[in-house]
Design a protein around this ligand. Structure first.
Ligand code: GRF
Length: 209
């Protein structure tokens, strides 16, 4: 087993942060042929594959085909980076313990979509992002690292999203580095980093987004 396979659907800014951190990306797989992240990957000489979910009759059939493509690269880790498909339980179980996701909220708050709008509507004063291992229950797996940012007066969803995204680019490469170094231990649903003591929280104070 070698590097990481990154699954994307769109922009690919998290993918970029992973590649620019020098992490070994074996392949990028997108379910949308026009995902901008594919252009970035090709420009960096990273192998890419497109598997369009629309070509499949069911979620199960797509996930089976996806697993076959992923397995061709024999990755140590499968990293979801803005992959906008809910994965079936068989797929998630197949990669148990080596499937990670980044979610734009401080889980378990605000699972699902439109997290920044939901955070603003709830009036929270701290928001952020979470890297977690994926389990069959959506956005509920063991938390590896979180980044917290303030919600500032006058924020709209876009400003808040930008502030969170900047921190996503800090925490996702860090989580992957820990994983590849064999430093993540999961016990009873809780993740700890072994070896040198390192914070599993980044707090980004109130500077302009
Ligand atoms: C990020 O906000 C990520 O947390 C969420 O989808 C977005 C993907 O952005 N899962 P990008 O494609 O990595 O730029």
């Amino acid at each position: 087993m070698s590097g990481i396979v990154v699954l994307i659907s769109g922009r690919g800014s998290n993918l970029r942060s992973i590649v620019e951190a020098g992490l070994p990306v074996a392949a990028v797989i997108a379910n949308q042929a026009d995902a901008a992240g594919l252009t970035f990957a090709r420009g960096r000489g990273v192998p890419t594959e497109v598997l369009e979910h629309r070509a499949f009759d069911s979620r199960e059939a797509f996930d089976e085909a996806l697993a076959a493509v992923v397995d061709r690269h024999a990755p140590r880790l499968v990293a979801l980076a803005g992959f906008m498909r809910v994965l079936t339980a068989p797929f998630v179980v197949r990669y148990a313990g080596r499937l990670m996701n980044i979610h734009p909220s401080l889980l378990p708050a605000f699972p699902g979509l439109h997290t920044h709008t939901a955070a603003l509507a709830a009036g929270v004063k701290v928001h952020g992002a979470t890297v977690h291992f994926v389990t069959p229950e959506l956005d509920r797996g063991p938390i590896v690292i979180q980044a917290a940012v303030p919600v500032l007066p006058g924020d709209d969803a876009d400003r808040l999203a930008a502030r969170v995204l900047a921190q996503e680019h800090v925490i996702y490469p860090r989580a992957i580095e820990w994983f590849l170094a064999g430093r993540l231990a999961v016990s009873g649903g809780t993740v700890t980093v072994t070896g040198r003591r390192e914070a599993q929280l980044v707090f980004a104070p109130a500077v302009a987004a």
